[in-house]
Design a binder for this molecule. Structure first.
Ligand code: G3P
Ligand code: CA
Length: 265
């Protein structure tokens, strides 16, 4: 069975706080990131958009409607305008002081706290084509462009858009993870095995359903030299199963549950 083929992770299995500890505090706020740190994550996940004045900020949606008291597209706000919004009350009134987090402030805050903290960074507005260039400028300024391979690098880039990862690799040597949900692992494995698979992808990042549908894909991705980072897994039984299959990293809204699962393995 698939479970008989255990322990194929290529290195330590990583606990990635998805939008912070977003089960317990409003996503992409310092409340959620602080909690994730307290829960001993290895990486913080961050979704990035550019503001009107070309500042990278941490937010998942292309609009502010769901997670703030404002309304409209992120790209139509300046950073100062976003700073005036409340990004916490939607989750609970005690979080009403939560503000937008610029990506640089996230990096500064948590690297200052723990120089070994790592960041799994998703370019969300790659269609605009500027996010990658701004990102590389920011990381270059901070000396974070050349910090190791995918198992050690402070920054790992992720995207559903392969062309975004390609742009990143043209601009830097940052490690990359290709997110996918609808495509099956099997199709992607065939793509890689055909020799036509791209050389700008270091890890595959399937949603967990893709692995449940095709559990042996983990070993086959490994055999092709790719790590496997899966998302978004919040239940202990699913975590235990995926860790036993040998995934290299799990994104979770509940980093406390995943920490216990990794420690108990
Ligand atoms: O980045 C992993 C996972 O977050 C991908 O889906 O929509 O939550 O960004 P989404
Ligand atoms: Ca994401």
């Amino acid at each position: 069975t698939a479970l008989a083929q255990i322990d194929t992770a290529l290195g330590p299995q990583l606990n990635i706080g998805h939008r912070g500890a977003s089960a317990y505090a409003p996503e992409h706020t310092f409340y959620a990131y602080d909690l994730a740190m307290e829960m001993d994550v290895d990486m913080l996940e961050c979704d990035l958009f550019l503001t009107k004045d070309e500042v990278l900020i941490c937010i998942h949606d292309s609009t502010v409607d769901r997670t703030s008291d404002g309304s409209g597209r992120v790209q139509d706000f300046t950073l100062d305008e976003l700073r005036a919004l409340d990004f916490g009350s939607w989750f609970g009134i005690k979080f009403s002081s939560a503000k937008i987090v610029p990506f640089e402030e996230q990096l500064d805050c948590y690297l200052d706290h723990n120089p070994l903290m790592r960041f799994h960074v998703e370019t969300k507005d790659s269609a605009q084509g500027r996010a990658e260039a701004v990102l590389v400028e920011v990381l270059a300024r901070k000396g974070l462009l050349d910090t190791g391979d995918i198992q050690t690098s402070t920054i790992v880039m992720q995207s559903f858009d392969a062309s975004s990862l390609k742009r990143i690799k043209q601009l830097s040597e940052l490690p990359t993870a290709f997110l996918f949900a609808r495509r099956t692992s099997f199709e992607l494995l065939q793509w890689v095995a055909s020799g036509n698979g791209p050389d700008y992808i270091d890890a595959f990042a399937p949603n967990s359903a893709a692995i449940f549908n095709d559990p042996t894909s983990v070993q086959r991705f490994h055999a092709n030299g790719h790590d496997v980072h899966t998302w978004t897994v919040n239940e202990r039984t699913q975590m235990d199963y995926l860790l036993a299959l040998g995934v290299d990293a799990i994104f979770t809204n509940n980093p406390d549950i995943l920490r216990a699962a990794i420690d108990d393995k």
